[in-house]
Design a protein around this ligand. Structure first.
Ligand SMILES: Cc1cc2nc3c(=O)[nH]c(=O)nc-3n(C[C@H](O)[C@H](O)[C@H](O)COP(=O)(O)OP(=O)(O)OC[C@H]3O[C@@H](n4cnc5c(N)ncnc54)[C@H](O)[C@@H]3O)c2cc1C
Length: 380
């Protein structure tokens, strides 16, 4: 499909980024997956080429680029290396919090490092006892003179091992009712005493994307690390989550398209009963169904990208795209693996990795059930 949301400069950028991936990601990717981490050098290389936070103003080390450049980076990484999806998390989900809610001094301190790769970002909302129900978080940050003292535990934190700066959702007023009123966002820097990284979690997919538990034990941070206004953290997250959901949909859509491409090629060259398996009616119908769903997803996702660029609110439609496209990409992964037969179950075939990697997309960034709650409430 011809995508009219992009212009010539975006196409040039995409082509340059594809060359970067070919040269600086693909030759190393299996090793990263094996080691369960994307090395810091990758982040620094991305930064030096302008691929981290391109949206930032030049004075903060960015290129002042429009959202489409971020989309291109997200799509190209999702196509070939889903374990690097810590990058869209850094670029498109966390850095925008700092851009929107930090004061000038905080921006000057942190944003140039986000753009260069010297500061890798993570966001820590989820706790062992609170995932979907974010209001119930228990981590506290109690003001003490010029500091906040944090106590609590977070889990499933992407970039949790690599991160230099973690945006922590915590209760600055644990007694506030309803619970969301007492939530604030506080930045915690690597090596702050009392900030302890727990286990790197062993996931079924996205192996090179590090995911960790984090602990805060009498962790004292300067009060100046508060992002925005005390008690407004929940509001900030609710405002930013629709964007995060679109970012997930963008990655899933690109991955689904690539899975189809790979499967078209496989079914063209693989023969059974004396002919390419693509010539069986069942295979053709299955491919037709997959291609149709992918086309529907593409139209919807591009429409939402365009609406974000126009500054429109996509709270409901972002939730629709997140659940539908991530479900669709999982169906595509299942069907494409099936069309590969036994080869699809072998690690050396790309579809095997996609099948594992895409699974989580229906769970994180708000589970698909929660997305349906968001949509359902808007209909009442
Ligand atoms: C690989 C990975 C990376 C992640 N990265 C991050 C990160 O960087 N930062 C971060 O803060 N978190 C992160 N998460 C956490 C993620 O956002 C949560 O796992 C998710 O929000 C679900 O929360 P939970 O796991 O506690 O499940 P629960 O909230 O316990 O949900 C369990 C089940 O119940 C369903 N459910 C819950 N409430 C309702 C309801 N009201 N109606 C219907 N069904 C409901 C859910 O949909 C789900 O199916 C990550 C998770 C994973 C797996």
């Amino acid at each position: 499909m011809d995508r009219n949301i992009f212009q010539e400069e975006h196409r040039i950028f995409r082509s340059a980024f594809q060359s970067f991936i070919k040269k600086d990601v693909l030759p190393h990717y299996d090793k990263w997956e094996e080691k369960r981490i994307v090395p810091r050098e990758f982040w620094l290389q991305m930064g030096s080429q302008g691929y981290l936070c391109p949206q930032l103003e030049e004075k903060y080390g960015g290129m002042g680029a429009d959202f489409r450049y971020n989309i291109i980076i997200n799509e190209e990484l999702a196509k070939v290396a889903m374990g690097t999806l810590g990058v869209p998390l850094h670029n498109d989900i966390i850095a925008p919090y700092l851009q929107m809610y930090c004061n000038e001094a905080q921006k000057r301190q942190w944003l140039p490092k986000c753009a260069s790769g010297k500061a890798i970002l993570a966001i820590a909302m989820t706790e062992p006892g609170a995932g979907s129900d974010l209001q119930s978080i228990k981590t506290t940050a109690i003001k003490d003179g010029d500091s906040y003292v944090l106590n609590g535990q977070k889990t499933f934190i992407s970039n949790g091992i690599s991160a230099d700066l973690v945006l922590v959702a915590c209760k600055t007023d644990p007694k506030a009712q309803p619970g969301y009123r007492g939530i604030s966002l506080i930045m915690v820097e690597r090596d702050t005493p009392g900030f302890i990284r727990g286990r790197q979690l062993d996931k079924i997919g996205m192996h090179s994307q590090d995911t960790a538990e984090l602990f805060f034990e009498e962790c004292r941070v300067p009060a100046a690390n508060l992002v925005g206004t005390e008690g407004e953290g929940f509001k900030y997250m609710m405002k930013k989550l629709p964007h995060e959901r679109l970012v997930v949909a963008v990655g899933c859509q690109a991955a689904a398209e690539e899975m189809l491409k790979e499967t078209l090629e496989f079914t063209r060259v693989r023969s059974a009963f004396g002919k390419p398996i693509q010539e069986f009616q069942h295979t053709r119908f299955k491919l037709a169904e997959i291609a149709t769903e992918i086309e529907l997803g593409r139209v919807f996702v591009d429409r939402l990208i365009d609406r974000v660029i126009q500054g429109e609110d996509i709270t409901v439609e972002g939730a629709m795209a997140k659940w539908w496209v991530s479900d669709m990409a999982n169906r595509v992964a299942y069907d494409c693996l099936q069309l590969h037969g036994g080869y699809g179950y072998m690690e050396e075939y790309k579809i095997a990795r996609w099948y594992r990697d895409i699974r989580v997309a229906t769970i994180y960034a708000g589970s698909n059930e929660i997305m349906k709650e968001v949509i359902g409430r808007s209909l009442q």
